[in-house]
Ligand binder design. Structure first.
Ligand code: SF4
Length: 255
């Protein structure tokens, strides 16, 4: 049985901690909260609006949703929710669904192209609307999954960082939920009764590699308590001299 008060306190504390550790939000920022309609983005918006009214620094929030025109997308759900909450928002309408369907053969996973298109559109919006921070709803488990996927299939030791300057240098991406567990976010979303819109209206599934890694992490969470916490601590506690990347550490000079 989840203790609602404790859960809420824990999530607010972890978001506040992540914001402080990475200076994610500074005075005068215009924070664009990317809202997909999933549990993660609703939770992020909910906590950021709370912090906005309680934090010592002043910043603006605009919630932005990209309506990708998937069949069956309930267009009114987000505008109704945001208007009722009094959160400034914008809905961008772009039929990326049609592009994805046209480019990806039937039966193949479409999420990767879909996400790339979505990212491009949102980053452009940010540039055009003087947004200083783009807030994405990735959480701790997303970061751990990506870490393992990059190791297993990409041959690199990296994940999605809590704060990142975009490749073109024009945008700063922040991930205020970086310290939060997925299961806490799901429980919080349920507790708050957010009107969740499923992502896979388009019929696509996450790719198999990600599904496998997710299942493995969930199994570890159950059978090896503390393992995921340790893994997350590890990405905050890196020793370049005890890895083997010659661009990060000069092994010859320091021998
Ligand atoms: S499930 Fe569909 S809408 Fe969601 S990311 Fe994948 S392709 Fe895009």
């Amino acid at each position: 049985m989840v203790n609602n008060k404790k859960l809420s306190k824990r999530l607010h504390h972890l978001v506040g901690q992540a914001i402080a550790d990475f200076a994610m939000i500074e005075a005068g920022d215009k924070v664009m909260v990317c809202l997909s309609g999933g549990a993660d983005s609703y939770t992020m918006l909910d906590i950021l609006t709370y912090l906005q009214s309680h934090a010592p620094v002043e910043f603006d929030i605009v919630a932005v949703n990209l309506d990708q025109k998937q069949p069956g997308f309930p267009e009114q759900v987000l505008p109704d929710y945001l208007a009722a909450r009094g959160v400034p928002f914008d809905i961008i309408e772009q039929n990326t669904y049609a592009i994805v369907k046209q480019k990806i053969p039937a039966g193949k996973t479409t999420c990767s192209l879909c996400s790339r298109l979505r990212r491009g559109i949102l980053y452009n919006y940010a540039k055009q609307h003087a947004v200083t921070k783009i807030a994405l709803g990735h959480h701790r488990d997303d970061l751990l999954e990506t870490l393992l996927l990059n190791m297993f299939y990409g041959g690199s030791l990296k994940t999605m960082p809590p704060r990142l300057r975009s490749d073109d240098g024009c945008n700063t991406v922040i991930r205020p939920l970086a310290y939060c567990r997925e299961k806490d976010i799901k429980a919080y979303a349920q507790m708050k009764g957010f009107p969740i819109i499923p992502c896979n209206l388009c019929g696509s599934q996450e790719n198999l590699q990600r599904q496998h890694v997710k299942a493995m992490l969930q199994e570890w969470e159950i059978n090896y308590p503390g393992r995921l916490e340790n893994m997350f601590s590890a990405i905050k506690n890196v020793s370049p001299s005890h890895l083997a990347d010659t661009t990060l550490y000069d092994f010859i000079l320091n021998a």
